[in-house]
Ligand binder design. Sequence first.
Ligand code: SAM
Length: 240
Amino acid sequence: MNLALLFDDDFRSPGRAVLSGRRLAHLHSVLKAAEGDRIPVGQVNGRIGEGHILRLDDREAELAVTLDSPPPPPLPLTLILAMPRPKMFRRVLQTCASLGVKDIWLINAYKVEKSFWQTPWLTEEHLRENLTLGLEQARDTALPAVHVRKLFKPFVEDELPGLLAGKRGLVAHPGTATRCPAGLDEPAVLCIGPEGGFTPYEVTKLAEAGCEQVHLGSRILRVETAVPVLISRLYDSCNF
Ligand code: SAM
């Protein structure tokens, strides 16, 4: 937690917030914080600044909050991800939030196991929890939007063309002829496949919608590795 992300219900009054639970435990056990210390804070979807610890005990920490700086800029990337295996999903979500992705579409594909859609990690509460962990890691405040689309064909035919308007479309697919571009200075839509990869039919449909097939070399990466490798290749993370 490199920043404590504050939600509306953390504020007792304007400029005064109270932390408890996970964030309080972090203050005690990791930061070894004491009354009088100042810690980085941010307001969800708002500015970042610092929290002056006025009172700290085993139940809560009271902070005087000053918010004076903007969060880091968002990545100009729409990420379309075939629904990953649940144990990988929460790590991928946190990574996306840490890297500045603000628009995440979880889609079905032939090789996505049906049971993956039953995961409790897809509930509003768990999505917010994991996105918050990723934002706090990276000192960001802007919560990404997560969209769930359980039907591949209607998504690709009816919604993807709109998402691609004015953007470069890419589908990461091992073994294709074109290397993944690097250092983009334009917005992009990136599609990443499931553990077993996209089928030829799915790659063709994504291509028809406007996504160019690109590869990352001969090494086949796990989804949780491919996501940060692709994103940091497409955009210089020093700028975001
Ligand atoms: N056997 C599958 C295949 O050949 O497509 C492997 C899928 S890989 C574990 C999961 C996803 O990560 C892929 O669908 C792709 O989007 C991305 N990926 C992993 N390694 C890649 C690479 N070397 N080039 C392009 N995409 C890659």
